[in-house]
Design a protein around this ligand. Sequence first.
Ligand code: ZN
Length: 353
Amino acid sequence: MNIETIFDFDKLDFERPGKSFYHLSFIHDGDWASILVPLIVINGQKGPGCGVAIFGGTHGNEFEGQVAALKLAHELDPSVMSGRVLLMPRLNPPACAAVMRESPLDRGNMNRAFPGKPDGTITYRIAHFVSTYIFPKVSVVVDVHAGGTKLRFPVLPSVLESADASLWKETVNHVFLFDAPFVGVGNASLQLGTLTGHASSLGKVTIAGEFGYCKSVYLPGLRHAFEGILNVLRYNDNLAGQPRRVDPTRKGPPIMIRAASAEEYVPAPLSGIFEPVLDVGEPVAEGQLLGRLHNFERFDLPAFEVRAPHRGHVLMLVFEGPVQQGDWIYVIGEETSAPTGEAQAIWERMTVD
Ligand SMILES: [Zn+2]
């Protein structure tokens, strides 16, 4: 076993050259046991450089991030790298083991637990570890999500708007490195307690995003997450070489789509079975039909028609057929532009293998 178990986190060696595999031991809240949280620390042997943190398994029923982070842990070679890469492929292990969004131990949603609490339940203590030991050592944070069981997105790396102009510009430069068809633009006010909301408030370049759905390992999403992170490492000189196109078949740069207010996240007005009539990523006009809610108790009534409130692109559609009143059924975002031409120039310089 080449995994070292750490009980006192002050004793974690973040400086050790090369690659180190750790189990962080958190005492179980209700049993004679520990919760072991995996951490991989990679210190490049080519010299100092940017610190980058990669997270997967923040939600336990989303797998692209878990797989991408663990593959990176094995494929990255510290002998040809600079700087430091910290990988946490299963940030919420009880949720991951149970294949649940939240931890079955404390019902903790890791992505609402930040900045965490040193004396909280297990989910909050893991979040507190990240805030205390990981964030201070990095300037770039990537947290890879997916739509869970309910929601479907196009491959959608996402960013939070920032009032800090230079942070906002760098964040958009970074998200273009994922070379996805769309970039989701959100607002921190809707992201209370999230890992990326907290990291962004600390001034980190922060990328989140939805890279799949329905408990799968979605091949296009995994590819954009894994290759996108490699591009982030190339862009920051952790790795040598130019960033590379992930999807060379796509002609244009990523389209930035803003869904930054609460009213974009539309709840079902009534329960029923949702029938989509178009796909995620498609452009829509104001009033265009998105789908229908079928009620099988009042089958004498016509289906309820769900229509776009304004023009834009479909950023999310509910994936699971049965919808309860109040469940989000769609998000329509409007096209917006990058703060400078830098992101597009970076995208245009990306090489094709
Ligand atoms: Zn998630």
